[in-house]
Design a protein around this ligand. Structure first.
Ligand code: C2E
Ligand code: MG
Ligand code: MG
Ligand code: MG
Length: 285
């Protein structure tokens, strides 16, 4: 027991831990301020219908324009926000900003495509919030948009926890009519059985599957099998991480519905993405 005590003391006075904690506290304070003073910004990446090369939607990806450190990527602050509860406020900001942006694109003649949809990433904590469904429904109503124009991306880990509240929230969102998608499918441990049971519409296949295309000839057979599994669950796949024309062609040749990746376009700020959207076709059919 005294040994344990010693270890605890050591941890308390460990300068590394202390430093990490102070740093985290500073980041949280700055992030809270950043949300309130609009230092967050959304970038948009196209999702392309592979059969036609048409942009069918986009994913909104958050960045933090830090006054001192410049553009900070989400991997550096989303985990902190999730660990501290700030994610709810951040999520509300993203929801409002994305829906507002879609309204502006719908209103501008050059970008007013009826079935163009906006995707946002939803964190596991959002499903645990009793207000989340109302927040989504209100944001859409305020912007005068139908629920179907918004798609929520949920990671496997968020969705397979399979607790009562999650299931209730998912069912409510489904009833509301927003699109539901599994993000990073296949990235972690997954039982796949859940694909048939959840009220989701589509599956975003993790980019690690596309990465090896072109290097290993049997990889395309493997992807065709994955595609078959997704189809047999009554779902469509969106293939992430397409970086070359060869990868896009290969996926099209096995009948994949949609793709996303640097080949079609990197995530871009509003003005640049608006131009890409106005040009519409990004890939020759
Ligand atoms: P994600 O939802 O899987 O988003 C796709 C990530 O892959 C993005 O990174 C995107 O820039 C990157 N990507 C797209 N195409 C390619 C490609 O062809 N090759 C490669 N190597 N990468 C590609 P990003 O923007 O850094 O976002 C990272 C993650 O942060 C996202 O992964 C998502 O989980 C999270 N995230 C981003 N925005 C939000 C948000 O508003 N809320 C929440 N809760 N999470 C967010
Ligand atoms: Mg995503
Ligand atoms: Mg993803
Ligand atoms: Mg991810």
């Amino acid at each position: 027991e005294s040994k344990d005590e010693g270890r605890n003391k050591l941890r308390v006075f460990d300068p590394g831990t202390l430093h990490a904690r102070l740093l985290q506290r500073q980041i949280v304070g700055e992030l809270r301020e950043a949300i309130r003073s609009d230092q967050l910004v959304l970038y948009y990446q196209p999702i392309v219908e592979l059969a036609t090369g048409r942009i069918e939607g986009c994913e909104a990806l958050v960045r933090w324009k830090h006054p001192l450190h410049g553009l900070i990527m989400p991997d550096q602050f989303i985990p902190v926000a999730e660990a501290t509860g700030l994610i709810a406020e951040l999520g509300r900001w993203v929801l409002r900003a994305a829906v507002g942006q879609l309204r502006r694109w719908r209103d501008a003649p050059a970008t007013a495509h009826q079935d163009f949809s906006m995707r946002i990433n939803v964190s596991a904590a959002d499903l645990q919030s009793l207000e989340f469904v109302d927040d989504v429904s209100e944001a859409l109503a305020d912007a005068g948009l139908t629920p179907a124009s918004l798609v929520l991306e949920l990671t496997e880990s968020a969705i397979i926890r399979n607790n009562e509240l999650d299931r209730y929230t998912l069912a409510s969102l489904h009833r509301l009519g927003v699109g539901l998608e599994i993000d990073d499918f296949g990235a972690g441990y997954s039982s796949m059985g859940y694909l048939r049971k959840l009220p989701v519409d589509r599956v975003k296949v993790d980019r690690q599957f596309v990465k090896d295309l072109g290097k290993d000839p049997s990889q395309l057979d493997f992807l065709a099998a994955v595609q078959q599994v997704i189809r047999s669950c009554g779902l469509e796949g969106i293939w992430e991480g397409i970086e070359t024309a060869e990868q896009a062609e290969a996926l099209r040749s096995i009948g994949c519905a949609s793709g996303q990746g640097y080949y079609f376009g990197r995530p871009l700020p509003e003005a640049e993405f608006t131009e890409q959207l106005a040009r519409q076709v990004v890939w020759p059919a």
